[in-house]
Ligand binder design. Sequence first.
Ligand code: BG6
Length: 495
Amino acid sequence: MEPSLLVIFGASGDLTRRLLVPDLFGLFAEKLLPEGFAVLGVSRTAYTDDAFRSLLRDAAREHARGGFDPALWDAFAPRLFYHPADLDNAESYTGLVGRIRSLCAERGIPGNLIFYTAVAPKHYVSLVRRIGEAGLSVPSPELPGFRRVVVEKPFGRDLESARALNREVLSVFRDDQVYRIDHFLGKETVQNIFVFRFGNGIFEPIWNRNYIDHVQITVAETIGVEGRGDFYEEAGALRDMIQNHLLQLLALVAMEPPGSLDGDDIRGEKLKVLKSIERVAPERAGEVCVRGQYAEGEIDGKRVPPYRTEKNVSPSSFTETYVALRLAIDNWRWAGVPFYLRTGKRMGRKVSEIAIQFHHAPSLLFKDTACGQLESNLLVINIQPEEGIFLRFGAKDPGPEVCVRPVDFHFTYREAFGARSTPAYGRLLLDVMHGDPTLFPREDTVETSWSLLDPFLRRWEEDPSRDLFFYPAGSWGPREADALPEAGGDRWRRP
Ligand code: BG6
């Protein structure tokens, strides 16, 4: 792989410190970075290269997932550079171009540039425009290599703004140069959904409405908004988690097998299934969606404050920190199988999982036994923190009586593979360096996801208190959300 220069705009922010640089350090430790590869951090703060490196050293010590080896860091740090610039000012880009040129020359980088938008979303458009105006989006005699741009989420805040952002970005870059990042797709366990379904003979034949009763996708967090109140007030759980992470998980679970492993074949199938999700009219949105906001409560034995008293949050905020949806996919595979999605902050446990609930077996044979009703089979794909899969089935309880008890088959990554997996951002950055867009949502996918959610957003814009219920921190969300699965005779799982 040819070396490239990763130019991170907004490099003094949290994302660079907590995720991007620690994950790049992880790639370096695994010897996955090409010789010459370097990072140029750009933002307004006046750091020197050394100050930037020492800031990131502390961050890597705290956040590097493969551990922190000081000697290794000393070998990695000379690849980090910093350039202070006011990104709103067109003139600052002249200095930036000069710095990029000299770094590429020094480090033997043949002009390959990757731009990363780690700035606040409201600056994406102007940043991309300025990159274009500065001549950085096209190869030049001094910088002849490839150009790629990584656009952080949220990609827009509704369908209209996502379309506008796509238009702007695509007026500067070609679509194959644009990487819209969704870090869930970089998680090993998420990629394994595809392998589990299509790399085995026994699951795919039963992966449909004939065998599956319903699907539950849960992404529960125990953290609150972690000082990001200003961002979160504008976003809420629907925009922050459902539009991207949960709908991508749904697409992986529900898509048809693609014709090949080619990125566009896979992304094409994901798009098809998202398009088959039934649109909900705004006036019916309240029937399939429940929102919540955390009130005061207790997590791991500690009292935690309500959302409304978090920093930069309005004391009368109606922003949702929890959302649950019941979606229907209208195609041959899934007609009649509800997909329940829920995500929330300050919930009882940190867990991300996909639970596939199979139909009940006929219980005639066992209905009069001591154990009564049979439990139906359940397959759970654990995305985090316990990375693995388990399958629940009935087994005979030892003893003279016939009695069926549920037991579990367990696969865990830890036991099977031991090794730690490449962290999500690291994996995705590597794909950008390789020019492989498979794990990055395409323009049409992003817009389709927004189009599904627009009716909810419109309904809440009209009346921000609609469908919103409070739940104590540390619980599993508002009770009102139970009505969603109950309408179909189902219940939320307690993972
Ligand atoms: C981010 C959201 O995209 O994903 C955060 O903005 C959320 O609000 C985070 O906490 C969850 O990611 P992970 O990898 O920690 O599950």
